[in-house]
Design a binder for this molecule. Structure first.
Ligand code: ZN
Ligand code: ZN
Length: 298
């Protein structure tokens, strides 16, 4: 199937499922953050903006995501190594623990791989100015709430698709038999966790803080306080922050204010949310090129 055919069938296939996946899962978390808010209660306006960003990003990121898939499939046969493939059925053959262990492995094996990959992709988004111009949209939410989980710029998601292909995609054979099922289990777990840890619920889970990302752990990552900057990058497993020295364990009453302060105010329209970062990135690249040219002339 060619690029256009894949694009058209993906666009058709996404509606209306995308709406079911975007809105109903938010409901229990919205209720919880209205009852036990961290600071001020998020308003409908805050939720609405994030939902509109999430929906537009899903469609706008599609073309580059599909290209990433096509290029990876074309590249794989020419690699000098053989991609590693994995079958979860081997795990089911373990006596007694068999099937339950297979399901646990289906969640945690892709999760470990995903989180290692996510950690570095996310860390680069904070370190490379052009990538930060897209990722800052996620961080600009002044009242971080459960719907912030999907507040991603479309070029950020396109970058992640490319990054995954040039890291995981070239080493692992993602076409193994139950990859789809495993990815779905993992995706559901990750989405549920992300909805939870972005939520503005005043909840302390100190026993879990080093095992799974909790609302307090991720709140540190979104904090306006410079002390917290570049901390807690992991998507699900803080172990990668602990290993690579970026972990900040929240103190019992540490619930910082979120957002980017004066550095970048939350955009108020969908146009400025999606187009503003593209303009900022273009400006950055152009000033870099003109200063390079000036040095070359000198
Ligand atoms: Zn971040
Ligand atoms: Zn976040």
């Amino acid at each position: 199937m060619g690029f256009l055919q894949i694009l058209l069938s993906s666009v058709k296939g996404m509606f209306p499922d995308l709406l079911y996946w975007t809105i109903p899962p938010l409901v229990p978390f919205i209720i919880a953050e209205q009852i036990w808010p961290v600071h001020a209660r998020p308003k409908w306006r805050d939720y609405g903006m994030n939902i509109v960003i999430a929906l537009t990003t899903s469609y706008l990121a599609l073309p580059l995501g599909i290209l990433a898939g096509i290029w990876s499939a074309a590249l794989r046969p020419h690699l000098p190594w053989k991609a590693i493939s994995l079958s979860f059925h081997d795990i089911a053959a373990v006596p007694v623990a068999g099937r339950p262990l297979e399901i646990v492995a289906m969640i945690f094996v892709p999760l470990l791989a995903h989180d290692f990959w996510f950690y570095w992709s996310h860390r680069l988004e904070h370190a490379v100015p052009v990538l930060w111009s897209f990722h800052k949209l996620h961080h600009s939410d002044e009242l971080m709430n459960t719907s912030t989980w999907a507040r991603d710029h479309f070029l950020q998601n396109s970058w992640r698709a490319f990054f995954s292909i040039f890291t995981l995609g070239l080493f692992f054979d993602l076409d193994f038999t139950d990859a789809g099922k495993a990815a779905l289990f993992s995706f559901m777990f990750l989405a549920g966790l992300s909805l939870f840890y972005h939520s503005a619920i005043r909840v302390r889970l100190p026993w879990l803080d080093r095992i799974l990302v909790t609302p307090q752990v991720h709140r540190i990552h979104h904090s306006v306080d410079p002390v917290h900057h570049n901390r807690n990058f992991a998507d699900a497993l803080p172990i990668f922050d602990i290993i690579f020295g970026t972990y900040h364990r929240p103190a019992p009453e540490e619930f910082p204010t979120t957002g980017l302060g004066d550095e970048y105010r939350a955009p108020r329209s969908i146009w400025s949310a999606q187009i503003g970062p593209v303009r900022d990135a273009a400006k950055l690249l152009l000033t870099k090129r003109s200063s390079e040219r000036e040095t070359a002339v000198r």
